[in-house]
Design a protein around this ligand. Structure first.
Ligand SMILES: *Cc1c(COP(=O)(O)O)cnc(C)c1O
Length: 419
């Protein structure tokens, strides 16, 4: 049996076949570590559930590292991008343009032009205003023979009660997508247009979905709309949840069945945009205990990783469980776990139970492969962590640790300030 992902062997947490203390010794902490085997496994499980006719367009914002994108390209995946920068990264990593879709509510002219010049599969438009801009821009870049394919993003107006408000996107007052009536009108108005082809519909109702009910409702609304229109593609978005704490794992086969029952019969090319599902459980943030702080309430573990490195707890109240890298024996105690950043929200966990760690002990913040480094910043002038990709017994640095000089290199102090 192959070791894949993050498992304890002989009392030590490994990434695939590599013990994490080895990586910490070589590359220091905080350190993102990813398992290529687990990413491949996630890809294969999703492919098995959906069948091979569905284009899996990896939502690159979940983890934008070029090596991760190359891994996706190698496995035949496309990409869902939300900026010109992500589009360029996807192309650089070898993802073919005809497997790239471009989503987002506020694409700039420069980004739309970049998409047209590269001939991507489709632009998922989110408003009549965006369509008007494409009508103005497209004649310069597209022709009747090579039209710009656009899909209209439906706001299906469904609630997703399992997701945090800040990652819910498919309810009536969200900024994403358009109501069905508006799409019907705009779509029909574009049929026969010289340079723009209304090619399909898209939706994405939110992230970290762990039940299928909101997706079922949304898919039915997408299908209802599709029946009224000549659609060639149906993009049913991402959003599949993963297990962070005690969530029930999402029913992948049930998901596949929904797609086959509701969307496949419409005869359109199907596209999905998973992000978190492919990479979330395949990464950890390896960190060291700086020290234990006693407080009048709970003892507090202060880590060398902070909210700038992993923002999800501060931003979404997300929980990343913490695991000692070397299993310790002894009586367990209750701790709070915090980073060093000067913000009250730089708390990773409250009331978590573990055997008391010591100064310099290695700990892993689990399930940090999605929306971890891609959301990280340098607040408090903290350099971005390095990233390591492990693949069985192989490993490599896929992003060097940032240095202090990297952080300040773009800043200038005007002469007149010192004159
Ligand atoms: C972020 C995003 C995704 C991916 O969401 P996950 O929850 O990570 O699967 C897919 N589509 C769009 C349009 C997105 O903005």
């Amino acid at each position: 049996m192959q070791n894949k992902g993050f498992q304890v062997r002989n009392g030590v947490l490994h990434a695939d076949d590599i013990p994490l203390p080895r990586l910490a010794a070589e590359y220091d902490t905080p350190l993102y570590v990813y398992s290529a085997r687990l990413i491949r496994d996630n890809i294969n499980r999703l492919k098995a559930a959906l069948g091979k006719d569905v284009l899996i367009a990896y939502a690159t914002k979940a983890n934008t590292n070029g090596a991760i994108l190359s891994l996706m390209a190698k496995n035949g995946l496309g990409a869902d991008v939300v900026s010109g920068g992500e589009l360029r990264r996807a192309l650089l990593a070898g993802i073919p343009a005809d497997k790239i879709v471009f989503s987002g509510v506020g694409k700039t002219d420069a980004e739309l032009v970049l998409a047209m010049q590269n001939g991507i599969a489709q632009i998922n438009i989110e408003s009549g205003a965006e369509l008007e801009r494409l009508v103005d821009l497209s004649p310069k870049f597209m022709t009747a023979r090579q039209t710009l394919r656009v899909a209209f993003r439906l706001n299906p107006d469904v609630e997703t009660d399992t997701t945090h408000a800040k990652i819910s996107t498919g309810h009536g007052r969200s900024k994403f997508g358009m109501p069905a009536d508006e799409i019907r009108r705009l779509y029909k108005g574009m049929i026969g247009h010289a340079t723009i082809k209304p090619a399909g519909l898209s939706l994405h109702i939110g992230s970290q979905l762990t039940t299928l009910d909101p997706l079922r409702d949304a898919f039915h609304r997408l299908a209802d709309l599709a029946r009224d229109l000549p659609v060639e593609t149906l993009d049913f978005g991402g959003g599949l949840g993963i297990v962070y704490t005690d969530e029930k794992p999402v029913d992948l086969d049930g998901y596949g069945a929904l797609v086959r029952e509701i969307l496949a019969p419409l005869g359109a090319k199907l596209i999905t945009e998973p992000g978190r599902f492919l990479v979330g459980n395949a990464g950890v943030l390896l960190t060291r205990v700086t020290h234990l702080k006693t407080t009048p309430n709970r003892p507090m573990l202060i880590l060398d990783a902070g909210m700038n490195d992993l923002m999800r707890p501060a931003l979404y109240d997300a929980i990343h469980t913490i695991q000692p890298v070397t299993v310790k024996k002894g009586k367990s105690q209750i701790f709070d776990v915090a980073g060093p950043v000067c913000e009250s929200s730089d708390i990773f966990l409250r009331d978590t139970e573990m055997v008391a760690p010591e100064r310099n002990d290695l700990m892993a913040l689990m399930n940090a492969g999605a929306y971890g480094l891609s959301m990280a910043g340098t607040y408090n002038s903290r350099p971005l962590p390095a990233e390591i990709l492990v693949d069985g017994e192989n490993h490599a640095v896929i992003r060097q640790r940032q240095t202090f000089d990297d952080i300040i290199k773009d800043e200038r102090t005007p002469d007149w300030l010192n004159a």
